[in-house]
Design a protein around this ligand. Structure first.
Ligand code: SAH
Length: 208
């Protein structure tokens, strides 16, 4: 998987490649789909949600350029697979999932891998996790109608937010780097097209 889908598409961050070689994706996938665990695609998890495509996980993880010392926030724990990769790359990971059954299942998978530097909270991640802010990186793994401003406000100066923004059917993966104390002072990069499930919440899509 790492050679054919990740290195071959130009992801060169050695720490990301090593993390993806180490974390077994099949531990985050329902038993019935286990034979597809290392395929080049997103797969359904419970509650009409998906585990992201491995390449997208690598792209988002590389985009935030972690060194191992950072505090990171993830919105949309889902299966916990991206969480586990971030836990390898950063010092501490805080992850928010709105669906309790998914958060509980992710916690079990992460515990089985001894990922003890991860805290998971059930709730609306579009509010962020203010008590633990600022974060050196924030990764949103669900598609937003616009950049949630609350998350920019919880980003450390110099930190970056990676978030898919667009319609419910297709998004552009954005990387926003906070350049100063002013939350409007941002560098904006487009990392390419993608398709995520909806980010549902106060600063996301407002259906349930
Ligand atoms: N990175 C995950 C992606 C899961 S899909 C993985 O690879 O497994 C996106 C997840 O975001 C879903 O589990 C969905 O329930 C969750 N989500 C959507 N809106 C949310 C919100 N406002 N706060 C927290 N989680 C949210």
């Amino acid at each position: 998987m790492v050679d054919a889908q990740i290195r071959a598409r130009g992801i060169a961050d050695q720490r990301v490649l090593r993390a993806m070689e180490k974390i077994p994706r099949h531990l985050f996938i329902d038993a019935g789909l286990i034979d597809q665990a290392y395929n080049d695609s997103a797969l359904p998890i419970d509650r009409q949600q998906t585990i992201s495509q491995p390449y997208i996980v690598a792209l988002m993880s590389a985009a935030v350029a972690l060194t191992g010392k950072e505090k990171v926030l993830e919105i949309g724990t889902g299966s916990g697979y991206q969480t586990a990769i971030l836990a390898e790359l950063a010092d501490q990971v805080f992850s928010i999932e709105r669906i309790a059954v998914l958060a509980n299942r992710a916690r079990k998978a992460l515990d089985a891998l001894n990922c003890y530097n991860v805290a998971i909270r059930v709730g609306d991640g579009t509010y962020g996790w203010r008590e633990e802010s600022p974060f050196a990186a924030i990764v949103v793994t669900a598609g937003a109608p616009q950049v949630p401003r609350t998350l920019i406000e919880q980003l450390a100066v110099g930190g970056s937010l990676v978030v898919p923004v667009g319609s419910r059917h297709s998004q552009n993966l954005l990387k926003l780097t906070r350049l100063s104390a002013n939350p409007d002072d941002l560098r904006r990069e487009e990392l390419g097209g993608c398709r995520f499930v909806d980010l549902i919440g106060e600063h996301g899509w407002n259906h349930s």
